[in-house]
Write a protein of this length. Sequence first.
Length: 673
Amino acid sequence: MLLYAATIFLGAFLLFLVQPIMAKQILPWFGGSAAVWATCMVFFQVTLLAGYAYADWTTRRLTARTQARLHIGLLVLSLLLMPIIPDVSWKPAGDENPSLRILAMLAVALGLPYLMLASTSPLIQAWFARRYTGTLPYRLFALSNLASLLALLAYPVLVEPWITTRVQSVTWSVAYGLFVVLCAAAGWSALRASNAAGPAPVREEAAPADADESAPPRSRQVLWLTLAALGSFMLVAVTNHICQNVASIPFLWIVPLTLYLATFILAFDHPRWYRRGFFIALATLCVPAMAFMFDSLELAYAIPLYLIGLFAVCMFCHGEFAQLKPAPRFLTTYYLMLSLGGAIGGLLVGLVAPYVLPGHFEILLGLVACGVLILIRTRAWGLWATGVATAIIATTAWTASRMVEDQVDGARVMMRNFYSAIRTRDIEVPVPFRSLVHGGIMHGGQLLEPDQQLLASSYFGPTSGFGRLFAALPEEPLRVGVIGLGAGSITAHANAGDLFRFYEINPQVVDLAYREFTFLTATPAKTEVILGDGRLSMEREAPQNYDVIAVDAFSGDAIPMHLLTRESFQTYLRHLKPDGVIAFQATNRFVDIAPVVERLAAEHGMTAVMISDYPQGGESEDYWLSATDQILVTRNQDVLRHERIRSAAQTIEPRPGFRTWTDDFNNLLRVLK
């Protein structure tokens, strides 16, 4: 029994530990978008489904001897893919479908090992049920989820802050080798214990307690599927919603997934943990509240609400699912429906919604579906329960429709793809202004009056770090590289003879910049747009000899982490003149990148200063100017001594013990505000 428990525990621990390890390695290749994690989740859930299907098929169709030999053979074969380090040939060139490329890369680099891990829990439970016929195996599923939860909790605290990504991959691969030994031993043990020459499932004579129980009806299986799908759907939808308004970082991926797994542990460990009335009431309160806070930027309240709501909804889904578990001889089918539902939920959010819905509206659809499912599961409680559930559905649906209507009616254009959901909107009073919005975050805008269209606005006002920098530079033609296009607002500081070269990963942003704004076409400077991730594009180019490199790319409300590492900084320096300036957009409510940039600057003998600008600190009517924090990095002391810079700049003090970020290492916990 200890061998079975140890195999399930280690397998589940590695199954979930590999998710942030692998996703973090490829996140920089695809622009740091939150959709990278959603796509990875699709792969993990679909492969989990394949693992459960494999366990179900081999348990029902193969003899115990054949099943054990096949599984041991595949385990040994999977070792050929170690260590799990994705090949750099998978880096995109800029014109590929990122979703398909991520899925293909994960399948090649991790497919078979992940399949083996995914099949472990149902397969070992089936072997356990065959050998120990008087013991129910379902608590082993709680053990499996406990191991997964510990892996996720360990990653942001014990792994990511201290161990480089490459060492993480190698260490994981060594641990996987130990798992292969344990799992092969468990298979051999099950084979020796089995005297059956026929199909491997638990024989009816070996399980008299449930021998007369018929197979679960189709309606029961559909309910299993629906409960599992809704829990998975809400997990990915809530994760996306949080990341698009903060930053696409592993720490924020892990928190919702941890809550999701915790509900499995509680639901399957013992029936006492799922207090049906309490959790249905909690979900009933959270569902309409989450819909109401859909477009709120008060994230200090919205994020806790969404996390509590996710826990309540998943506890409802998984608690109901656990109450419907069948006899042990049907457990592989039961788990197959669980994994199929999980895969469907992930596919709907990760692959369908970005190409079907114009905005991040899937979370609203999920909330309405939660209300419907609560109604279905409580209709037997009587008329009062039906009335309450109906009122919740109506309230949630009305609130959701208002949220969608506000975004759609207030937008001139709405577009969505793998990278983001973006829209433009106009404000007419007191001065017409058009902004480009990602989620709830504005990423640039333009005054619409003909004589004001080239005025500096949003994060690029005259007193911002960018505005002061361009005022301090010599009056001669400049070469400027900009990572992140937005509306093209930075060209408000361009002059005839200048070159502004933009690097933009999202083709829809390029489309809107030309279609909805006139910065790129009306500026007196020459402009160029390079499609693809800015860092990867610059790595492939010959040195561009820029006077200024502006790092203004955003994923959610923060610069993607791969643009703040030693390797990325060295790429910038290769393209920068010796006396040039690198300007970082540091405006963010939750992540303080100042110590990261200061360490990079100091390592290369440069000075970093912070310029904070609050043009709306009083009753300013210039609402088109945004409060900003921007960091300038340079060796050029003449620029730093210029009155426009000197009067506003603050030196960034080194943070004791702060390590330089690299592609292999970064510690988000130390830069949270």
